[in-house]
Design a protein around this ligand. Structure first.
Ligand SMILES: [Zn+2]
Length: 289
């Protein structure tokens, strides 16, 4: 069995969830890894197609693999929101543990047909690789949105989720349950929070029996996240919150050290700010608070 699958199964039986953090550069990876290691909890790092283009598909895989090996640590790598089979194959060959194969923009039967085909191709490359399928509408872009996207029609119906899981054979399902990529401007200072449809999560879990990922969880109410884990969520994606922490930390470093050009010194405050957010999310998801 794949190591990641056994980590997810252990999380499920402990009523905890594994955090998934996207990494846009090395300081993000460093901060996320240090946070997980200090708490001794597993973590998944993700790289979207754009992040992979920036960092290098195989270069990120090499960095994560070396951390796994050197520290014997359960850190895993996801090819987040992969929209093409070519991109998924490239990541599978590079040794990614998980592929988020995202054809949710297609009509559902086409999503099913192409996801099933991709699973066959990807498991031929690595039988232990896990494939996550995506249905419903959770918006795009881990950034600050000025207007509220209308996603209500895109919420996942439990029967549709069961049909999708049965017809594709995905290892993990990412449904739309009130979650949304990015954050609204009013959420940045913590005044407004996202809320989840917990009953829908429980129904999807009961219908599919599948491992479930919650995308776009930045800015979500803590209590909703606890209830979502209890209802069957196994992986939780936090991206925008870390990006905001990175930006604020970087600005603080530049203001504090006006003459400094050694970037590892300037970046210390960014790493610290990312660690603070990552640590608090890891504690929440792993019942350490
Ligand atoms: Zn996502």
């Amino acid at each position: 069995m794949s190591v990641l699958r056994s980590v997810l199964e252990r999380a499920e039986s402990n009523s905890t969830a594994v955090a998934h953090f996207n990494i846009g550069d090395f300081s993000m990876l460093k901060a996320v890894f240090e946070s997980a290691r200090e708490l001794m909890v597993p973590v998944i790092v993700g790289a979207s197609e754009s992040e992979r283009e920036f960092l290098g598909v195989r270069q990120i895989a090499a960095l994560v693999r070396e951390l796994q090996k050197e520290f014997s640590f359960p850190i895993f790598l996801n090819a987040d929101h992969t929209h093409s089979l070519g991109g998924a194959i490239e990541a599978a060959k590079a040794g990614y543990d998980l592929i988020g194969y995202d054809l949710s923009a297609l009509p559902v039967e086409e999503n099913i047909r192409q996801t099933r085909e991709a699973i066959t191709a990807l498991k031929r490359i690595n039988p232990e690789i896990l494939i996550e399928g995506e249905i419903g509408n959770i918006g795009t872009g881990s950034e600050i949105h000025e207007t509220v996207p209308d996603l209500i029609k895109g919420l996942t119906i439990p029967d549709d989720a069961k049909h999708f899981v049965d017809a594709t054979g995905v290892d993990v399902l990412a449904p739309a349950v009130g979650n949304m990529h990015g954050m609204l401007a009013g959420m940045v200072d913590g005044k407004a929070k996202k809320h989840l449809d917990i009953a829908r999560i429980a129904s999807i879990k009961a219908a599919t029996g599948s491992m479930l990922t919650l995308h776009g969880a930045s800015g979500t109410d803590d209590d909703d996240l606890r209830k979502a884990i209890a209802a069957g969520i196994n992986v939780i994606h936090i991206n925008t919150e870390l990006r905001i922490a990175w930006r604020h930390g970087l600005e603080e470093g530049l203001v504090k050290l006006t003459k400094e050009v050694a970037l590892y010194k300037v970046l210390q405050t960014a790493v610290g700010a990312i660690k603070q957010v990552a640590t608090s999310r890891l504690k929440l998801f792993n019942n350490l608070v």
